[in-house]
Design a protein around this ligand. Sequence first.
Ligand code: GDG
Length: 462
Amino acid sequence: MARLVVISNRVADPRKATAAGGLAVALGSALNASGGLWFGWSGTIVEDGAPGEGELHTHQAGRITLATVDLSREDHDSYYLGYSNGVLWPVFHYRLDLADFDAGYIDGYRRVNQLFARKLMPLIRPGDILWIHDYHLIPLAAELRALGCTNHIGFFLHIPLPPPLILAAIPQHEWLMRSLFSYDLVGFQSETDLMHFSRYAQKEAHAEMLDTGHFRAFNRTLRAEAFPIGIDVDEIAALTHADDGREMFERMRDEYSRRRLLLGVERLDYSKGLPQRLKAFRKLLGKYPEHLNSTTLIQIASPSRETVGSYSDLLRELESLCGSINGDYGELDWMPVRYIHRNVARKRLPGLYRVAEVALVTPLRDGMNLVAKEFIAAQDPANPGVLILSRFAGAAEQLQEALLVNPYDADGMAETIHQALRMPLPERQARHQQLLQRVRNFDVHWWRNSFLEALQASGTKD
Ligand code: GDG
């Protein structure tokens, strides 16, 4: 078996399984089986560090070697906050209005990718297969190839790929897309993302289409395919029935015994459509008084990237919306919105999912969205909750039995919440059964295995 090398911006210790989450566990088990290496940023910022430099740390986590690099303040701010989260994240989520095309950021982005390549190269052995993750590291394969790396290298993009015309707003779009051709395999979350790549490759890069999924341009051949990421269904089911999950479920059920619960769970991010969701909930209360004094929306928005300006604007907007809904509709013994701007422990989340009658997963754009799948996995099949899912989440391609909504349409969303709260039990059961089957068939193990099989089968065809 070839040794697996995973490279991602952050590295998790897969032994701390519950805190790390399904992805870290799934990658961890593949790394463990091959005695692999996981490489990335250490999380340390060296205030007066020299740009392009950073100390390498290695330690063993069972059979897995964790190798991490520190970043200087200047590199962190331009590579991570600047280019990755101030340019690529908004543009790839179709938010050109929020992108900050500050010319300085690109230098830091290239510098850190070059630093990673320099530090990683001596750790790579012949025959290793490399799996690079996400938008922070698009040019890493090109930097490794420049240093002479001939190993199989795959890339998975966790966020959406926008249509060519939106991508073209990034001044360096040609360089970024050309960098993708240094990989042997590029994986996307959805068929839509793959179609955007295919259109870009043919129109802008004049790529030649070979047999299915193969593109030839810049003297290299690349395979591109959709590999929709999944969750570890058994892990979520086990957490639902474990002490913390059960305790959470029982406590919430007793606390809200006279109420019906709607639930939203996400990182506080403008891609997740939180203000639009709150406005739809306000419409619901305005239009259907039967939900007054009876329906509560619990919204968990865990803190994320708080030093990026657009995130603090969003935080203020949410606080003001929650305040006005509670002020306008609340009673002494009922608050319509429970908004929690904190992280909830992972082992308690499944209990919360299970107690909710309706999950609101309504991003404006999302690569996949794992919360939608976790909610399905945590339900009681005999009395399942209803999933309301944005048509703009990658998950909507697979989860067609959810109630699909347009998150920009507050009236439409309010109608759908009303429909969900009135859905008869047999319909809830039938929808849930089909959704669970799909979430199970395309779980995180399927995702990892199918990507790695395709990567192993791909040749380095220069
Ligand atoms: C990116 C892409 C793609 C959320 N709040 C808390 C918490 N979470 C956990 C959820 C879930 C994960 O975080 C969020 O995953 P998502 O997929 O929903 O969204 P992103 O973080 O934006 O992830 C996305 C994903 O990568 C994987 O490829 O699906 O499209 O944007 O697991 O449960 N966990 C804890 N407390 C919280 O308060 N413990």
